[in-house]
Every structure is written in structure tokens, then in C-alpha cells.
Ligand binder design. Sequence first.
Ligand SMILES: Cc1cc2nc3c(=O)[nH]c(=O)nc-3n(C[C@H](O)[C@H](O)[C@H](O)COP(=O)(O)O)c2cc1C
Length: 360
Amino acid sequence: MYALMYRYLLKWIDPELIHSLSTHFLKVSGSLAPTHYLMAHLLKPPVEGMGIKTLGLAFEHPLGVAGGFDKDACCLSGIDTLGFSFVEVGTVTPLPQPGNPRKRLFRLYEDEAIINRMGFPNAGMKQIAHNLRAASSFRKPIVISLGKNKVTDLALAYEDYVKVVQTLYEVGDFFIINISSPNTPDLRKLQTRAYLGDLLSHTQQAIRELAGTDSPKPLLVKVSPDLADSDLDALLDLSIQHQIGGIVATNTTLSRDGLQSTARNEEGGLSGRPLHQRSTEVIRYIYRRTEGQMPIIGVGGIFGGDDIWEKMMAGATLVQAYTGFIYRGPWFVKTALTQLQQKMRTEGIEHIGEIIGRAN
Ligand SMILES: Cc1cc2nc3c(=O)[nH]c(=O)nc-3n(C[C@H](O)[C@H](O)[C@H](O)COP(=O)(O)O)c2cc1C
């Protein structure tokens, strides 16, 4: 039904309008006890044999919602009912900012893809900290994506990341440095040696100070799928040197290979089906290079159970999705985990953790 509605109705409506209507719906339905209960009951995914322990946290199953969906932490209780096991909030910048001018979000139906050039529109760290405090009944792990304001000079970018982590430390369970979005001018330069060492050391130092005598909450780095192997190597070396807790692979791509939709030449980052293979390659590369010692969150083109299976076999400990969820709708998590469980049965796997990195 959702696929039909998608094909014949949603296609004609501005994607950003659909997004804000959906998040409003999630906000309202998640906050009312009867609808919360009903949706959570209807959409409850099978989780037997799916629990994952990593980053010092327990996840009910490996599938979370990726960065950019709930930028302002405004609909966590609604997302809770959809069955995801963890949520990424943000990307959050110190000051609120409107992002790039509209129209900036495009659906490529024939390719099951999205191009976006949102440019981190968000309510700013103070408002988002407030929203997260108000959502304290949300019990699943929350990861916060740290970013810089568009106006901040690249040389001072680390100050933005430090400010955001300082403001949100107490309300997040772990943190991701986002230096791989293609939609903030020059942001991806922060992935290079010239900036990355300073950025990681300042942010880790801030986290250590915030943790005091407790163990510091994990800091991860999200990478672009467009990095050359040598740049990825340098990034991994620095990440190990600065005791980074894991790598998120990957953000959206600038590649436009093999696309059919008329919107294919829009500027921005491409996500969804066409990204799947490349992001899996990056996961495999990182897993091998770090000898499986660095937890990887695999993201890019997950539409169902087989895609999760592939990402975990390549080396992902957890996975995230955005575009697949947009295309498949509210039953996305339940369907994907049902498929994953069937696959586990046919392959004789009792616990999903057994397959991590097996393809290597
Ligand atoms: C509309 C849109 C907005 C996004 N915003 C962010 C963001 O703010 N921060 C971030 O780290 N990634 C952002 N992403 C990237 C996703 O988190 C994810 O890395 C990427 O879309 C690949 O996964 P997918 O193929 O499942 O969509 C965004 C993606 C989309 C489609």
C-alpha cells in the first residue's frame, strides 16, 4: 500500500514538505499514549538473536536511523515506535542555521535514491539540548552528530565541534564527528591530515574533561565514500592514534554513476541504492585495515535484510538507514529484521554478531 501511495501520490509533493509532515506526525503520534502503543505494537520487529553490545552500550538489534532524519531531536518518541534500535540526532551546529536555499531535496524514483544539499539546517545546540532533555523517556541509545556552522572558518572548525560536544555531552550516549557531508563548503577538507589531528585531539580532550573520573563516552568519525584509499589510510591512522571509538561508513557520495532519473544532475550528496556497493567496499576496507579492532557503523543503501547481512559480513557491527526507510515506509524496520532473521535461519546463524566481518 505504501509503495502504491508512494508511486502515485507522494511523487507529486515536494519531498521536504513530506518530510516535515512525517516528522510532525511522528511527534504527535509518538507523544499520545494510545497511538504510541498501537504503532509500537504493530511495528514491533523480531529481535531474537539480534542483540549487539558495542561502544559500551547494549543495542536491541543492529539497525538505527541515520543522521539527518531527526536533525533537531523533535520526534524521538515517534521514531521509537518505528522499531529502530538507536537514533542519530543532528547534524548539530553551535548556532541555529537555515541551511541552503530550497529546493534542496530530490527523490530519484527510478534509482531508489535521494540527492540532498540541505547544508545542516538545524535549531542549534542549545535548543537541541533542550529537546533532548524533554525526551528523557526515550530509552534507546542516542548518538549525536557534531558539525560546524557554515560561517565558521575551517581553521577554527574544531572550536565548533568542541562547543557542540560540551553542550550535548550529558544527553548523548556517543558522538560522531561529521566531516564528510558534501553540502557545507570545504567541510570534507577536515578529513585530511592538515586539520584532522587537531580536530580529534581537541574534541577528545573536551570529552575527557567532561567525563571526569567516569570513562569517556565514545567518539566516532563519519567518512565519505569518495575518499581515495591513501586518504582513508591517513584518517584511520589518526583515528587510532586519537583513540577514536569507531568509524561510520559512509556519508553521501558526489558520484553520479549509472543513474537514470532526470534529477541526477542536481548538486548535492547522493544516497540510497546506488551508494550500497561503494559504502560496503569502504566498510570492508576499514575492517581489513584495522584488523576488525575498530567498530564500524555501516550506512548506505540499506533497503532490507539482505543489505544488512552484506554490511555486517563486510565488517559492520551496527548499521543505519535513511533513504531505504523513506522509500519503504513505516514497516521498514520490521520487514528488514524479519528478512534478516529468515536469512540467519537458512544460513544456520544463531546470533547476528557471529557474521560480523566474516566476508573477510
Ligand atoms: C535528506 C538527507 C539529509 C542528511 N543529513 C545528514 C546530516 O545532517 N548528517 C549526516 O551525518 N548525514 C546526513 N545524511 C546522510 C545519511 O546519514 C547517510 O549517511 C546517507 O544518506 C547514506 O545512507 P542511506 O543510503 O541509507 O540514505 C543525510 C541524508 C539525507 C538523504
